[in-house]
Write a protein that binds this ligand. Structure first.
Ligand code: NDP
Length: 245
């Protein structure tokens, strides 16, 4: 392990971008602590990383539960003595037009995509302050910059993550807390599986035809994490080259 190895907690590490990020950061020598609800996936990923010579642990995590997020971060700190990077990645995207009134899905998006990020900050910020610094990597979306039909609530949540990240950055005037917002365009993952509305699901097929591998987003996260302490990469937007949106 190098002296730049960090302890990195990743939410939503059981698939897609979180899984690719865990793999990539572990390969860079960081100690990853992985959370999601599907522990069978986390168990398999942890074994794979460990077999490849990396350091990984996991804990079941539901980011909609503040106490659970606290326990997750506490477990990472107990295991490794500190938490250097908190990757708030867990997300869902059950798109639908507002007039479909899928209110439970609106709530779920707000609970996971917005409250989940806030709970991650609430859990990790005191730990980072106590240890003298830390780094939040919050995963937003191109939907944090623009709105498209069926995505009003999803985009609202991602706009919120962008606002929260910028606020956190501005409040960290002593420079000890770094904040990076990573906003992917269409990326291969299981995200579109959460779309229940039939029309929105159909529309997404062509929208998502051109997709980045999740490793491309992991690469952007690894870049931000690898910077020296005085360098804060604030925002990274990564789209497929052949994408208009
Ligand atoms: P996936 O569906 O593949 O991964 C989502 C992850 O979030 C899973 O690991 C899932 O784990 C986890 N998750 C969902 N709900 C919860 C919860 N309540 N508690 C804990 N974990 C939860 O999609 P992506 O990898 O694409 O999504 C990762 C992030 O990237 C999201 O924030 C998404 O909005 C964002 N993004 C993705 C884009 C894309 O095109 N793929 C584009 C723009 C942004 P589990 O179900 O096991 O709990």
């Amino acid at each position: 392990m190098t002296d730049t190895a960090k302890v990195v907690a990743v939410t939503g590490a059981s698939s897609g971008i979180g899984e690719a990020t865990a793999r990539r950061l572990a390969a860079d020598g960081h100690r990853v602590f992985l959370g999601a609800r599907r522990t069978d996936r986390l168990d398999a990923l942890t074994r794979e990383i460990t077999a490849a010579g990396g350091t990984a642990d996991f804990r079941r995590l539901d980011v909609t539960n503040a106490a659970d997020v606290n326990s997750f971060v506490s477990a990472a700190r107990e295991r490794h003595g500190r938490v250097d990077v908190m990757v708030n990645n867990a997300g869902v995207m059950p798109l639908s037009p507002l007039e479909a009134l899928r209110v439970e899905e609106w709530d779920r998006m707000i609970d996971v995509n917005v409250r989940g990020v806030l709970y991650g900050i609430a859990a990790a910020l005191p730990v980072m302050r106590a240890q003298g610094g830390g780094h939040f990597v919050n995963i937003a979306s191109v939907g944090a910059y623009e709105v498209v039909p069926t995505a009003a609530v999803y985009c609202a949540g991602k706009f919120a993550v962008r606002a929260i990240s910028e606020g956190l950055r501005q409040e960290s005037r002593d420079g000890s807390i770094r904040v990076t917002l990573v906003s992917p365009g269409v990326t291969e993952s299981e995200l579109a599986d959460s779309i229940g509305d039939p029309a929105a699901r159909e529309a997404m097929k062509s929208y998502r035809a051109e997709a980045l591998p999740a490793s491309a987003i992991a690469e952007a996260i690894a870049y931000a994490v690898s910077q020296p302490a005085r360098v804060d990469v604030n925002e990274i937007v990564v789209r497929p080259a052949a994408s208009a949106q």
